[in-house]
Write a protein that binds this ligand. Sequence first.
Ligand SMILES: Cc1cc2nc3c(=O)[nH]c(=O)nc-3n(C[C@H](O)[C@H](O)[C@H](O)COP(=O)(O)OP(=O)(O)OC[C@H]3O[C@@H](n4cnc5c(N)ncnc54)[C@H](O)[C@@H]3O)c2cc1C
Length: 336
Amino acid sequence: MKRVANRAAYVAPESIDTAADIFKSEENAVYLAGGTDLVPQFKYGLNRTDCLIDLQKIDELKQITETEAGILIGSMSTLADVTQSDLIERKLSPVARAAFSVASPQIRNMATIGGNILQQRRCLYLNQSEYWRESVPPCFKRGGSLCYQVPRAKICRAVYYSDLATVLLAYDAGVRVYDGKNRQILPLESVIRSHTRDEKIRYLITGFVIPAANVGAIGKFLKYRTRGAIDFALSNVGICFSPGNGADREPRGSIYAGAVSPAPLRLRRTENVLLKSVMEPEPIPDSVRYEIIRTGKEELESLSAPIRETTVSMKAKRKSLLIIVEALRDFLQHFE
Ligand SMILES: Cc1cc2nc3c(=O)[nH]c(=O)nc-3n(C[C@H](O)[C@H](O)[C@H](O)COP(=O)(O)OP(=O)(O)OC[C@H]3O[C@@H](n4cnc5c(N)ncnc54)[C@H](O)[C@@H]3O)c2cc1C
């Protein structure tokens, strides 16, 4: 492997085995996908590596297919691939909506779904120049023990903004991973939990599997942001309801909200109220609809943990929580 003094080595293997072997043998290696999140981190001095393992040449990671287990989206599928896939549009349209809502066409052509899930959390204080950061005591993310956003916080309160995470969690996606020895499927929730707690991810993500039971389910993705393009979400919501088959598969309803805390929030109380109501054979009465929407609004307001973001007032951020009202109202139209 070629190394230039003080520079990271760069490799572009053609198989996942070679990629995983290099990752294991190099002390401080990182996987490079589209680079839209990672490269700016290097520029701002927020991340360092001795070895960049570019995944671009591994075709196996770019497929989008349907199998008996469900729909597989390779981790190196770009967000443009996801929005342009007929299969995703037909059977998982909220996932296509979420991918389409990210940034701009240029970014969606580069950014991958794997990198979107593992994107760094963001915070106004962390995303300053290295010079600024060195002039103040380090925060949690820099190895210190304080948070500039919430001085008494016990954890880093930087926000996780992934739009794909919210909708894939609602669809109960599994994550296919490979560590050089074993291939396994992990629940997306546990991968995101490790990532948002800043634990180093030691495996290669090869893809995401949306279980067959949720393929074609009734779903919804909504995002609220200041401008219609480029901006990160002020808040987003993913909903999925699959009715079950009456025999071996229970009905399942799942609601997540994102961009309002260090990790996506699951609205379990609202899920329960919703599930009970949509299983009734009768159309949902207005009073029950009101109850579902009120529960969603209250639950999201009580769980969210907004912080100060560039150019966004706290008032606007709090107001954005009303996205849950719109998402539930739209979703309930399926049951009229
Ligand atoms: C201007 C701008 C606007 C944006 N707006 C939004 C938005 O509205 N919504 C949103 O959700 N996101 C937004 N993003 C974030 C963007 O979606 C992510 O930067 C992008 O998806 C990351 O994908 P990537 O392929 O470039 O990942 P990279 O930058 O290459 O990698 C990101 C991280 O993932 C790891 N990684 C990548 N692939 C794998 C893998 N297969 N296995 C293991 N580790 C892996 C890398 O090591 C790295 O730590 C925006 C970004 C920009 C620059």
